[in-house]
Design a protein around this ligand. Structure first.
Ligand code: RP5
Length: 155
């Protein structure tokens, strides 16, 4: 079961995606955003994926972040299984990540995935984008974003 009151559910296609996807987790932690992280392949464990999406929604998830490489169907399948916003992170497992970028960004009409850039910065931006959505209703997250923006200005 996903943890109670989890705002963001992070799913990745393989344990091998973790070295990049942990950058999403680090930023969510920095913003104090509750999250749950799972490895569930859209291809190898599709029944479990359907089940998990329902569990995450029941646990209060408001946004899904899905990262995958190669024929990266995971974010699109998640978007097909929920009406919550889905943020996709293309990972560089082959072909410099161009294969996963195209697989994630080229969704058919009606099932959008907000697609980030390839690799580590895409993983970080996924968390920042999630924070921007959540900030619409969570003043503390809005404040954390202001602090982050200020830090960026002073870099
Ligand atoms: C994708 O294939 C995963 O998201 C990963 O990026 C890539 C390779 O997966 P493994 O062979 O390491 O499990 O499904």
């Amino acid at each position: 079961m996903a943890t109670k009151t989890t705002l963001v559910s992070i799913i990745m296609g393989s344990q091998s995606d973790w070295p990049v996807m942990k950058k999403t987790v680090a930023i969510l932690d920095q913003f104090g955003i509750s999250h749950d992280t799972r490895v569930i392949s859209a291809h190898r464990k599709n029944a479990r994926l359907q089940e998990y999406i329902k569990e995450a929604e029941a646990s209060g998830a408001r946004i899904f972040i899905a990262g995958a490489g190669m024929a990266a169907h995971l974010p699109g399948v998640v978007a097909a299984l929920t009406t919550l916003p889905v943020i996709g992170v293309p990972l560089k497992a082959s072909l410099d990540g161009l294969d996963s970028l195209l697989a994630i960004v080229q969704m058919p009409p009606g099932i959008p995935v907000a697609t980030m850039s390839v690799g580590p910065w895409g993983a970080r931006n996924a968390a920042i984008f999630a924070a921007r959505i959540l900030a619409l209703r969570h003043p503390k997250i809005a404040e954390a974003l202001d602090v982050y923006r200020e830090e960026q200005r002073n870099r």
